[in-house]
Design a protein around this ligand. Structure first.
Ligand SMILES: [Zn+2]
Length: 179
């Protein structure tokens, strides 16, 4: 199991409450996305006034693209919607059903996203599904240095159930072969 709520700032109960609500909603919507061919991860980007800017699921398998993680898809959609490659002026928060993988950590850093809230921690994602999340530095600390707030392990019970069901129902766990 992962620890309780993780954060790289003093926990703000209001932010946590809002994130719990949003991530629970994303987890609740996830089975419908999976039924339509998506991978079991969903990300949403909101502005500081609570407006939804983008919401995208993982589409690696159904779109044949190894980069199409939920976070990357949501960032791409937000940049397109706001017509910019740099989201930093928009003070956006990204909410995602599981902890970002090594690729998405990079993608988030280069996008200008200001805050990340995630559900199930990588360790549990790997244990439950067998997806490879990659090697990671102490990224909460690194993000803090770059002014990016992180809260994690939010609504993880419902998130773990979605992942268990994904595997139980025989959906694809993709990763490159290792020799
Ligand atoms: Zn990823």
């Amino acid at each position: 199991m992962c620890a309780d709520i993780l954060s790289n700032e003093k926990i703000d109960q209001q932010k946590l409450k809002k994130a719990t609500q949003i991530i629970t909603e994303l987890q609740t919507q996830m089975p419908q996305y999976i039924a339509n061919g998506s991978g079991p991860f969903l990300a949403a980007i909101f502005d500081e006034n609570g407006n939804l800017i983008a919401k995208e699921a993982n589409s690696v398998v159904n779109e044949n693209c190894s980069h199409n993680h939920a976070e990357m898809n949501a960032i791409k959609a937000a940049e397109k919607a706001l017509n910019t490659y740099d989201l930093s002026a928009h003070n956006l928060s990204l909410y995602v059903t599981s902890e970002p993988c090594i690729m998405c950590l990079g993608g988030i850093m280069w996008s200008g996203i200001k805050a990340v809230y995630y559900g199930v921690c990588s360790k549990r994602v790997e244990e439950i599904t067998g997806f490879d999340e990659g090697f990671k530095p102490d990224w909460l600390k690194e993000f803090k240095k770059r002014g990016i707030t992180v809260y994690g392990n939010i609504a993880s019970e419902i998130g773990e159930k979605v992942l268990f069901d994904y595997v139980k129902n025989g959906h694809k766990v993709y990763k490159p072969q290792r020799s």
